[in-house]
Design a protein around this ligand. Structure first.
Ligand code: ZN
Length: 257
């Protein structure tokens, strides 16, 4: 098969997985099964038939509305499908077509779910991070990108460092600033990308999180007191590390010299 056809297959595969991630993002926080029943409208609960459930195409075909009740379907659904598909394509273009790339897909898919659940509900579900820590530690025995020692030190660095930050914050303010969910998420990230990746992730997440915080206050005004979820920034930090980590780190070190 030529590489063009292969890329198209990866894009279509990514769109389908993206559609499944939408289901996970909607159902996991509600403690609903992600397998049964099949897709249904979140407004009228009518079953969505397979022909109305084709990534992107159905959204365009149905003009972004439920066929039965006309309830508006959020533009976020096709957006997440496109994001997933682009990330899948980037994995195969960067790391090639082998089994190890599948582990990248699983890791990145978990992060996509976590980003949007955290935005919607300000929680990071344990059902993803806890099995994730164990799963990515186990895969480190078989992968070439990381050794199990690096994975273990990543778990300790990730879980430990955020725990210290959270504890210090609590000690001085008696308020919980960072959720336990963030700690487990960073431990999962550490299991997959090691302790160097954890440092990069914390650095990137704090930097982008601060900028986002300032922008939100500028746009919404000083009255904005809601907590900004940190999970999306940690996830974006880890994604950045996977694709640009080595380049950005050497750029930064050169700059400091
Ligand atoms: Zn409906």
């Amino acid at each position: 098969m030529d590489s063009f056809a292969l890329n198209i297959i990866v894009i279509l595969f990514g769109l389908c997985i993206g559609s499944f991630l939408n289901v996970c993002i909607y159902r996991i926080p509600l403690s609903k099964s992600i397998a049964f029943p099949g897709s249904e409208c979140c407004n009228c609960s009518s079953t969505i038939h397979f022909y109305d459930n084709i990534p992107i195409l159905s959204f365009i075909w149905l003009k972004g509305k439920c066929r039965k009740c006309g309830h508006k379907i959020s533009l976020r659904y096709p957006m997440i499908e496109i994001i997933t598909s682009l990330i899948f394509l980037s994995v195969f273009l960067n790391f090639g077509f082998h089994l190890e790339s599948i582990i990248y897909l699983i890791f990145l898919s978990s992060l996509i779910i976590i980003i949007f659940i955290d935005i919607d509900h300000q929680i990071i579900p344990d059902v993803i991070t806890l099995p994730g820590i164990i799963f990515f530690f186990c895969t480190s025995f078989f992968t070439t990108s990381i050794t199990f020692i690096q994975s273990l030190s990543g778990i300790i660095a990730g879980g430990g460092s955020l725990y210290i930050v959270a504890w210090t914050y609590y000690f001085f303010t008696k308020k919980e600033g960072m959720g336990g969910g963030d700690i487990k998420l960073l431990a999962m990230i550490g299991a997959f990308i090691g302790w160097k990746g954890v440092i990069f992730t914390i650095f990137t997440a704090s930097f982008t999180g601060t900028i986002a915080g300032i922008l939100i206050i500028l746009i919404k005004g000083q009255s904005f007191k809601d907590k900004i979820p940190f999970g999306p920034f940690l996830s974006i930090g880890a994604i950045t590390y996977i694709f640009f980590g080595t380049k950005l780190t050497s750029l930064y070190l050169n700059f400091m010299r």
